[in-house]
Design a protein around this ligand. Structure first.
Ligand code: HEM
Length: 445
């Protein structure tokens, strides 16, 4: 078995500089040129980009035991700690089991009213923004809205004095980790102004998380929300509860993982709708017909299939978790090639979701490709905005229900228009943000 084909890149550095500049373009071009399995050298790391759904399934699900999250997650771990998103093996499994009940379908259905309320509050606040005619950064608006939902629904809290500081802090962390993602780590901690800003941002985040935990300890509730589960969890063998530090890490993980990705899904959805008036019209028609002017509730969601398809299609074109990676614990075989122990496997939704071999007109926004009859034959592991296998996103149903409710609530009352000439360029940091924000004007319907 030879090594699969792939771009050679520079001596020693391999594809490091190219990947740092524009990872999505590099991976997309490589898949187009070299096929299903592409060999990469990125600095000192070697790995395969895999784009055959059978190989994706093998790595994420069938042989998931042979893989850990790749060393690239180390940067995330050193920013938010070793929690559900970044930990491995027995420790991960224990944390996942503790949190899982908070995400059962019935439990999420019960939280839908929290989502409704937050969406209605935002819609009310937009009245004056719309009247002013001034553009707003919809990326920031969505960040605020999804943070409110996560904080209220999962942590039963409010962030008090930290509310206004946490979104800018997370932006600093995302940019710092995202820009250093591919670096070798030697220069990450040099006391540059960027590093100092990163440290300040981490302190803000920590303060916010401590505030949430302290509030709950001072005012315990009967609620069985996520925070209660984390606080009351006891180790089966020792009977001990989570340490304060571990609790902090998990609350931070949920705060960030729950807010950031969902807000980006919504931001890209508003962008796409603004560029496709006919689709927006269909969406509004569905919402108006089903709801007849009253605010949407959880029970309405099954009657809003087009709204859901719009979100699915937005997650296809702009997957907030644009790429992830694993490291092989022992040798494996992918697409007929031997992947040596220690090498990485790159699973890149931004590439998989637009493979011309599987998607007709891959770059075209076409929500109806998610009609049941048009998706029936599509391989499951070709569309993985939430990952797959045991490490699949724990919040996927939560996020989809939230997105559907928020889109229906806001589109019922407003139309959003991208400021003319604005460059809505995707920026692949840890998540796929719009590089220059998303300034839009709000028109009442
Ligand atoms: C559109 C919204 C979302 C997207 C696109 C998304 C995407 C993902 C992806 C791709 C992974 C797997 C990463 C990997 O395999 O390396 C993941 C894991 C995770 N997500 Fe999400 N997510 C979203 C919303 C949420 C929400 C709302 C929450 C919580 C409230 C959440 C919490 C988590 C956690 C804790 C993990 C780690 C799970 C584990 O490893 O056991 N996510 N997410």
């Amino acid at each position: 078995m030879t090594v699969p084909p792939g771009p050679r890149g520079l001596p020693v550095l391999g594809m490091l500089l190219a990947v740092r500049r524009d990872p999505i373009a590099v991976f997309r071009n490589a898949a187009a040129r070299y096929g299903d399995v592409v060999s990469f050298k990125i600095g000192p790391r070697h790995g395969f980009l895999i784009t055959n759904p059978a190989d994706v399934r093998h790595v994420l699900q069938d042989n998931a035991r042979n893989y850990h999250k790749s060393p690239l997650y180390e940067k995330l771990r050193s920013s938010i700690g070793n929690g559900l998103l970044t930990s491995e093996d027995d420790f991960w499994l224990r944390q996942r089991r503790i949190a899982q009940p908070a995400f059962h379908r019935q439990r999420i259905a019960a939280l839908a009213s929290v989502m409704d309320d937050a969406a209605r509050d935002a819609a009310d606040q937009w009245t004056s923004l719309a009247a002013s005619g001034r553009p707003v950064d919809v990326a920031e608006e969505m960040m605020r809205l999804t943070r409110t939902v996560v904080v209220r629904a999962l942590l039963g809290a409010d962030l008090g004095p930290f509310a206004a500081r946490i979104d800018p802090a997370w932006t600093v962390i995302n940019e710092f980790v995202g820009e250093n993602f591919w670096s070798l780590g030697f220069t990450d901690r040099w006391p540059t102004p960027k590093y100092r800003r990163f440290q300040t941002a981490r302190a803000v985040l920590r303060g916010a998380v401590d505030h949430v935990i302290d509030q709950r300890r001072k005012h315990p509730t009967e609620s069985s929300d996520l925070l209660s589960l984390l606080l009351s969890a006891r180790d089966e063998e020792t009977g001990e509860s989570m340490t304060d530090e571990q609790l902090r890490v998990e609350v931070t993980t949920f705060l960030l993982a729950g807010q950031e990705t969902t807000s980006l899904a919504l931001t890209w959805t508003w962008y796409l709708l603004s560029q496709h008036p006919a689709t927006r019209q269909r969406l509004e028609d569905e919402i108006d017909r089903v709801l007849d002017g009253r605010p949407p509730e959880y029970a309405d969601l099954s009657q809003l299939p087009y709204t859901r398809m719009v979100i699915d299609e937005s997650l296809r074109l702009y997957p907030p978790a644009w790429g992830f990676s694993r490291q092989a614990l022992s040798d494996d075989v992918l697409g007929g090639y031997r992947l040596p122990r220690g090498w990485l496997a790159f699973v890149v939704p931004s590439v998989l979701h637009r493979l011309p071999a599987f998607w007709t007109d891959p770059d075209v926004f076409d929500p109806e490709r998610f009609l049941p009859e048009r998706s029936a034959d599509r391989p499951k592991f070709l569309y993985v905005p939430f990952g797959a296998g045991p490490r699949q996103c724990i919040g996927n149903h939560f996020a989809l229900i939230e997105a559907q409710l928020l889109v229906a609530t806001l589109a019922q009352r407003y139309r959003l228009h991208l400021v003319p000439g604005h460059d809505a360029q995707p920026w692949p940091l840890i998540t796929l943000r719009p590089r220059f924000g998303m300034p839009m004007t709000i028109e009442p319907r």
